[in-house]
Design a protein around this ligand. Structure first.
Ligand SMILES: [Zn+2]
Ligand SMILES: [Zn+2]
Length: 294
């Protein structure tokens, strides 16, 4: 498993590698442009080349690009849909140039007009984006906390999108621990995580799980609100170990998206690794118990 964080790309996208290296991560997530503006960032050739070179030197195993927050492929506003598609295309293109492994994005919100209609709206856009994937670069939908009409509140919605796209083999999923918790999956409970993973397996296949966002939550289980908290300081607390240590997630990159006010340090990445070790011990104890009871 690889551990890292979302870091700033300020001053040039290759700086993200320096920043993750400085805190001891071997996975990184970046925005390829400002997340609150439609206008794409033009990256110059030297920056892109430096990114690729520095990544090798720093032994960063996984690179994720997060699309901007404004993206909403399900919007009823045609202009927003168009801008969303243009922005996602630009993100995919930069992601290809920096040899990223995934572009992670939020599908959007149907704002009450219903998932079924939204599915018809988002499918052609997603099909055109999937043409930009490569053997290396996947397009990954992120699960949502389930607020309002956000798409991806449960496995069934994500699976329906996969099915509408003919089960495209490079359409993946990024699981966010805070969103899972807020949408009603008790990530602190091994059996609940087992059951949720079984659903993923049955409805779309485990190979679609490509990356994890590791965030604690400031809201209660099932609250359907997206409020992150710094790892181990929220309502999930040490229970995050159960999520992180689940054997299904063994080979995935896991990145932090929420950091303390003083900024990220090596301590934050070490904390992830500690929780992972604790989770692995819990998982081993659980499988031993279930063997004994069989
Ligand atoms: Zn996330
Ligand atoms: Zn969130």
């Amino acid at each position: 498993m690889f551990f890292g964080a979302h870091v700033s790309a300020a001053g040039g996208i290759s700086n993200a590698i320096d920043r993750i290296e400085a805190i001891g991560g071997d996975a990184v997530q970046v925005f390829t442009q400002s997340p609150r503006m439609w206008k794409p960032t033009a990256h110059n050739e030297e920056e892109l080349e430096r990114f690729r070179g520095r990544r090798k030197e720093a032994k960063v195993e996984a690179v994720l690009c997060h699309a901007l927050y404004l993206v909403d492929l399900a919007s009823r506003d045609r202009d927003i849909r168009k801008k969303s598609l243009v922005a996602l295309r630009a993100t995919m293109e930069t992601a290809r140039e920096i040899e990223a492994d995934a572009v992670v994005f939020h599908v959007g919100s149907h704002q009450g007009y219903g998932f079924k209609d939204a599915l018809r709206t988002v499918t052609p856009a997603l099909a055109s984006l999937l043409e930009l994937t490569t053997d290396r670069l996947w397009l990954c939908m992120e699960n949502t906390a389930g607020a309002g009409g956000t798409i991806g509140r449960d496995v069934a919605e994500l699976a329906a999108i996969c099915a509408a796209l003919g089960g495209h083999r490079r359409l993946g999923v990024c699981l966010d621990s805070c969103h899972w918790w807020a949408s009603g999956v008790d990530v602190t409970d091994g059996e609940a995580v087992d059951a949720a993973i079984r659903e993923v397996d049955e409805q779309m296949g485990l190979e679609r799980l490509r990356c994890l966002h590791v965030n604690d939550a400031a809201v209660a289980l099932g609250a359907n609100r997206d409020r992150h908290e710094v790892v181990a300081r929220g309502l999930i607390g040490d229970g995050l170990a159960t999520f992180l240590g689940h054997p299904t997630f063994r080979d995935l990159p896991a990145v932090l998206e929420t950091w303390p006010e003083e900024g990220l340090t090596t301590k934050d990445i070490d904390e992830l690794r500690r929780l992972h070790r604790l989770g692995k011990r819990r998982a081993a104890a659980r499988s031993k118990r279930s063997l004994q009871s069989d």
